[in-house]
Ligand binder design. Structure first.
Ligand code: NAD
Length: 287
């Protein structure tokens, strides 16, 4: 199957990075979110990211950036997705929201369209059950920031067909990315480990065993990690971390994933990490 047009549902942290990477790889992109305001912010983010990339590479990239931007359709109307050969879903990590989105897109998209869920922790088999095409549903867990991360965790749901995995591999290869294919399990490989690590690091800060900077420094300087767990939490988004932990508690019926009260308090206080300007650290945000 030839893939030329890719639908990207959800224009938050992940949707923006995926839309940009796809457009840079010469796909036509249909980027969908709830309203024009969110989509305009997404447009500004992508433009700014392209500007920074050009500065870093020190080449005259403006005409190329315009060409990349022209490949992206920003639309609040889900029916735009009728034209999608392949769709990557990145809406908020809440099963009720995702379920509704999958029912809607299943009714809109042609039977051939493949659906890839970029979820952090919700089982792919459950997501597929909201559609009439479970063989064409898989997980594609992109890493943040998407344009800079080469490896994607690809998840095979219970009914996912081999052709669906092949199509995802083909798409990723055109994006200059590679895949590790794993079987379905809540949180897959990456987030079963990462969410526990981040949550435990938040408990350490909560209990004042160490400051956030000290926790992160130990991971960076003792273990050679590029970022500490609390810097990583800010990058992902503390709201997304909380929703992912809640999804893991629910899916495994196991209290070992229970979110730290400090995490809940920070999310209630609007400290969502980089995207909100503050989390464990302070940031500048693109408005
Ligand atoms: P985000 O909160 O930045 O963005 C979510 C977007 O979904 C928002 O713009 C919101 O308006 C939109 N949305 C909500 N309901 C919608 C609907 N019905 N139709 C269209 N859009 C809708 O979240 P994010 O960090 O981009 O995460 C998105 C998904 O990707 C989540 O499932 C998350 O678990 C997963 N994920 C996140 C990361 C990360 O590092 N942040 C990494 C991998 C996967």
């Amino acid at each position: 199957m030839e893939i030329t047009t890719v639908g990207v549902v959800g224009a938050g942290v992940m949707g923006v990075g995926i839309a940009q990477s796809l457009a840079q790889s010469e796909f036509r992109v249909l980027l969908i979110d709830l309203n024009q305001e969110i989509l305009e912010r997404a447009r500004r983010h992508i433009k700014e990211n392209l500007r920074l990339q050009t500065l870093l590479k020190k080449d005259a990239g403006a005409p190329r950036s315009n060409l990349i931007m022209e490949r992206i359709v920003f639309s609040p109307d889900q029916r735009t997705l009728e034209a999608a050969d392949f769709l990557i879903e990145n809406v908020v990590e809440k099963w009720e929201v995702k379920r509704r989105v999958y029912q809607e897109i299943d009714a809109i998209c042609p039977g051939r369209t493949i659906f890839a869920a970029n979820t952090s922790a919700i089982p792919i088999t459950r997501i597929a059950s909201a559609t009439g095409r479970p063989a064409q549903v898989l997980g594609m867990h992109f890493m943040n920031p998407v344009p800079m991360k080469r490896l994607v965790e690809v998840i095979r749901g219970y009914h996912t067909a081999a052709e669906t995995i092949d199509a995802a591999r083909g798409l990723l290869s055109r994006m200059g990315k590679d895949a590790v294919v794993v079987n379905d399990s809540p949180g897959f490989v990456s987030n079963r480990v990462l969410m526990l690590t981040i949550n435990e690091a938040i408990f350490l800060a909560h209990e004042r065993v160490a400051s956030p900077a000290e926790v992160d420094r130990i991971f960076k300087e003792c273990f050679g990690h590029k970022m500490g767990p609390l810097e990583t939490a800010d990058l992902i988004g503390l709201d997304t971390i909380l929703l992912s932990l809640e999804a893991l508690v629910e899916a495994f019926s196991d209290s070992k994933y229970r979110p730290c009260p400090l995490l809940k308090q920070m999310v209630d206080a609007g400290l969502h990490g980089r995207k909100s300007g503050a989390g464990f650290y302070q940031y500048q945000v693109v408005e």
